[in-house]
Design a binder for this molecule. Sequence first.
Ligand SMILES: [Zn+2]
Length: 630
Amino acid sequence: MKTLVAALVMSASVAAHAATPDPIVSGRDYHSYAEPTAFRVKHLDLDLQTSFEEKRLSGVADLTVARIDANVTTLKLDTRDLTIRRIWWMRGATDLVPLRYTLGARDAMLGSPLSIDLPAEGLTPEFRIRISYQTRPEASGLQWVAAPLTANKTDPFLFTQSQAIHARSWIPLQDSPQVRMTYSATIHVPPGMRAVMSAQPIGNDAGGLKADGIYKFDMPQAIPSYLIALGVGKLEFRATGPRTGVYAESALVDAAAKEFAETEQMIQASEKMFGPYRWGRYDLLILPPSFPFGGMENPRLSFITPTVIAGDRSLTALIAHELAHSWSGNLVTNATWRDLWLNEGFTVFLQGRIMLAVYGQRREDMEEMLDLMTLRQEIATLPPSDQVLAIDLRGRDPDDVFTQVPYIKGALFISWLASRFGTEQVDKFLHDYFDKFAFQSISTEDFRAYLEANLLPQKPDAVKRAELDEWMQAPGLPKSAVLPHSDAFERVDAARTAFLGGKTTAADLPGKDWTTHEWVHFLDGLTGKVPAAKLAELDAAFALTAVGNSEIAFSWLRIAIRNEYQPAYPRLESYLTTIGRRKLIKPLYEDLMKTPAGAARARAIYVRARPNYHPIAVASLDGIVLAPAR
Ligand SMILES: [Zn+2]
């Protein structure tokens, strides 16, 4: 087993990183200054003031730290753009002993290591330190949303995004997915606002607003730093079930509760297959549209983009996805960002199992087909070294690993196992895997060893070693992949062909009966040049330029850009200036940049939109829109 693991790591490393001869060390986190072999943070206690005027969190972080290696006397933490005021050793209950510390030079990707000199004597195996600090307005993990850009437009909104390595921009800690800690927090917010966290509220379970603006939380389950999350806004709450509910601004809260009413059903479907939901409540926080992602699986409280509130529950796969992370990701966590596919590939597979149970085969087939198309499109643009499941991320921003490869190719890998061993057997295997590694962080090699010891012997001839190696090490999509198929999409393809060939008019298309998925498939198949008259005909029949559904609008706007369909330009501009979800805006900018006229339009829109985008979206888009013309 050992030689096998070493061989795997070596070959992945050589393939991906020919210029760097050192092999990747499995399980080593190349994106943290922390030294978890010397110390481990066990508990974090935060007490933070929220200032919207100064765009600043300030207060103290008390860390309970276990000493693993008694010879090491310097505790290293991760920070990025934090102002550290003072640090103390908390000797006993009330005795604060000042400690010396140094903040290292700022690395553009990793931030600044905070090195704290520990006292030479008197340190217990588990000790506490207090760090007084404040954040800066440019903190990469915080977005301070101005009131006009929220749903109600009356109050500002703050939300965190700690994944991948942004927790360090608002809390000094060991910012590595292999360090798990419990946490508690006291958050002070302006009167009239509410704080919510990825934790259990203390003394205010879904109750009204607190007059003093002080909210307390406790997270009894140990989680990695990237799952620590905070939201502050003028938030209301609606229950959708005994353990589910929605936090949102008043303008959205009822629509959101209606849209996501099936969340409890999803939890029950997942529990049946993969074991108990272990986190108590499962609530959703609806964020402003500038949230750069679809969702973020913060435990107990997933953060959700408002762009999936379609009015017809057609985009709820996102909720199934974030919920599935309660098993894959939050319970069993990738040890490093190279291992992200263990979080995301498994989660996309679980999402499919949940969606199948709640919505049936027809919809699941369509969603898998759409996923496959996004994977194929992305693979076409990625170098081979980025098409492997566990990519070499050394020297790179871990946000770069969030392509479709760990998600969709990862899920297709599990589907392939299911095709060879049986879906029930693979569900059972995953159920046992979640039990075995619950509340632990594991590497790709740990998973492969577990797979080889527990699933493969069940049917020794079911997979060939070469096939398994291809899945786990080679670029592209393996020949053995079991690809989804949808009869509904075949009918849509036939309708599109008839329309383009002039055999039917737009008005005769069965579009009124199509679901979101059928519409997206229809539009995404309109590749190449489409005559302006045909687009105008479609637009007249189905009002596509004005469509409210964010995914259909996205597919339509790509067509409009490619064909310079001018009637859609005002919508394109309003879309790009009101939505900040990276998946929905990055391809539009990329499409625009392909022609000189489009590039000019992209730059003009971007200048206005950029101040309202999240720092993570800006980091992706600057290189696309502001890069000098090639
Ligand atoms: Zn995910």
